[in-house]
Design a protein around this ligand. Structure first.
Ligand code: BDR
Ligand code: CA
Length: 311
């Protein structure tokens, strides 16, 4: 039976690729997509989520709008990376499928209560506001979560939005704190791993060579954010962050990491959103996350390309 997942997301071109891979896979059953404010405001992320579903003729996927701001801080967005719409690059038509009327947080809560315990996985590709709000609203859901796989944080790579913090955790550190201290099974795809998952002209060309619409759109998205990231990091290509979450579900052997304790800085202005990773177990605090630090990049890009080819 296919693994049931909810994708919580702030699309974002890399979120979009992650969603496409999940929709292409027979091994995954996307029971809903929940949008959150992050890369751009919620009014755009929910529209983008619907555009992505329609791109691959999946208007049957239910899209829910969630929190329009972080729990305790003003929203910080990333138009400088993703463009004004969050999904700049190829032009996609405005969606015609409707947005679900239920709030994303209520959808997450209801789904976890309705499904068998430990049968539903949460894939988090943006700030953790929706998931933390759901945990706050209905703590009974926590032991029912099979696992949370999230893109966020950094250890040896440090920050991409401040010197100390990665974007998703920085935007809502209080939400991240709730998720990491919840006791749910958490797997983290930090910058340490996503900075190994770099696009290149050959990898972008491989998407284009597929010859379907999804392949050319993915190639255009990757070319769009590559311009910004290559200049910023001085890397050859740009990190394709969020599909790591879906790739981990499909092929965990592509990744390696270790169980560690992770705490979130929520007080210091200087290091707000810093993921304090006890990599060498110096504190003896209980491990609360599987922190990934290695990916087999060629196989990762092959897996994504093969899935996009199915669309
Ligand atoms: C994360 O921030 C967003 O800009 C990307 O979509 C990704 O989820 C990387 O720091
Ligand atoms: Ca994202």
């Amino acid at each position: 039976m296919a693994q049931k997942i909810i994708i919580d997301t702030d699309p974002g071109q890399d979120d979009a690729v992650a969603i496409l891979v999940a929709l292409a896979s027979e091994e995954l059953d996307v029971i809903g997509i929940t949008a959150v404010a992050g890369n751009v405001p919620l009014s755009l992320t929910e529209v983008n989520a619907r555009k992505i579903c329609e791109l691959v003729k999946r208007p049957d996927i239910r899209v829910f709008a969630g929190c329009d701001r972080p729990m305790r801080r003003p929203l910080v967005t990333a138009e400088n990376v993703h463009g004004k719409t969050g999904l700049d690059g190829p032009r996609l038509p405005p969606p015609t499928m409707t947005l679900q009327s239920l709030h994303a947080v209520d959808f997450i809560v209801q789904s976890l209560l309705e499904h068998d315990a430990q049968s539903l996985t949460l894939c988090a590709l943006g700030p953790l506001t929706n998931i933390a709000q759901a945990m706050d609203q209905e703590p009974r859901i926590i032991p029912r979560i099979q696992q949370i796989i999230l893109m966020g944080g950094a250890n040896f790579e440090r920050g991409n939005v401040t010197p100390a913090a990665e974007f998703n955790i920085y935007v809502d550190p209080h939400a991240a704190d709730i998720v990491f201290s919840s006791g749910a099974s958490v797997t983290v795809m930090p910058l340490d791993v996503t900075h190994q998952a770099l696009t290149s002209p050959e990898r972008i060309q491989a998407f284009r060579t597929i010859g379907n619409r999804a392949g050319s759109v993915v190639a255009d998205w990757a070319s769009f954010f590559e311009r910004f990231d290559t200049a910023k990091y001085g890397m050859e290509g740009a990190p394709l962050h969020d599909p790591c979450v879906i790739a981990y579900l499909l092929e965990p052997s592509l990744f390696a990491g270790k169980q560690v304790n992770v705490e979130i800085e929520t007080e210091s202005n200087l290091t707000m959103g810093f993921t304090v990773v006890d990599w060498w177990n110096v504190t003896k605090r209980k491990a609360n996350a599987m922190f990934i630090n290695k990916v087999d990049a060629p196989r990762y890009f092959d897996l994504i390309t093969q899935h996009v080819a199915k669309l």
